[in-house]
Design a protein around this ligand. Sequence first.
Ligand code: SF4
Length: 248
Amino acid sequence: MAQHSSIEWTDHTFNPWWGCTKVSDGCKFCYAEAIANRYGQNVWGPTAERRTFGENHWREPLKWNELSERNGERARVFCASMADVFDERAPVEERERLWELIRQTPHLDWQILTKRPHLIAENLPLDWGDGYENVWLGTSVEDERVVERIVQLGAVPAIVHFLSLEPLIGPLPDLPLEDIEWVIVGGESGPKSRFVSPLWVEDIRQQCQVLNVPFFFKQWGGARKKQAGRELNGRFYNEMPRVAQTIR
Ligand code: SF4
């Protein structure tokens, strides 16, 4: 499914900058921070400068856009895996540049995922209106302590509102899904990964089914995530938002 990304629900990954600050328990084993540290980049925390990129990096999505136009097939871009677009310390000029890039790439669907949905509205471009046609906005929710993020996300106009319930570390029995067009669920991966119960996952799937919200099960995770796989009830759940099915 993914072309230039190892993430199952997207085709490409683009990072307008690197760096972030941990905001909740879902960030505890943040893989992005570990990668940045491996590269010797001191870009994590409220006082650290973020790492920015040059022209070649910013040209990549323009090439993907050209390819999509030529093939007549839209591609999805996950933004950002190494940062949070609505980070309080985001380099403001880079975020402006991101909006400009998104306007220049109408054949790409940008999937912007944040743990700071309360900061989305004040950082959107002036011509956002009811939402750019090629931007899906999402928020991550790991357990009930941060469930208010869902309502905050739903309050912002967007063509698709989506949830990434990963790493799922607790039950989410009462999801406010009324304004949500897509739900992704996944267990934590890595050597210190925390427990995920199949009962929590199945309960979320059933809540989605009741409200007819497309459901995507990404992974069980764990120390050996490939072996653990991504089957639930003996099958794969790869549902996508309805808008994706109509524009693809
Ligand atoms: S918000 Fe995302 S990128 Fe930032 S520290 Fe948390 S998990 Fe990492």
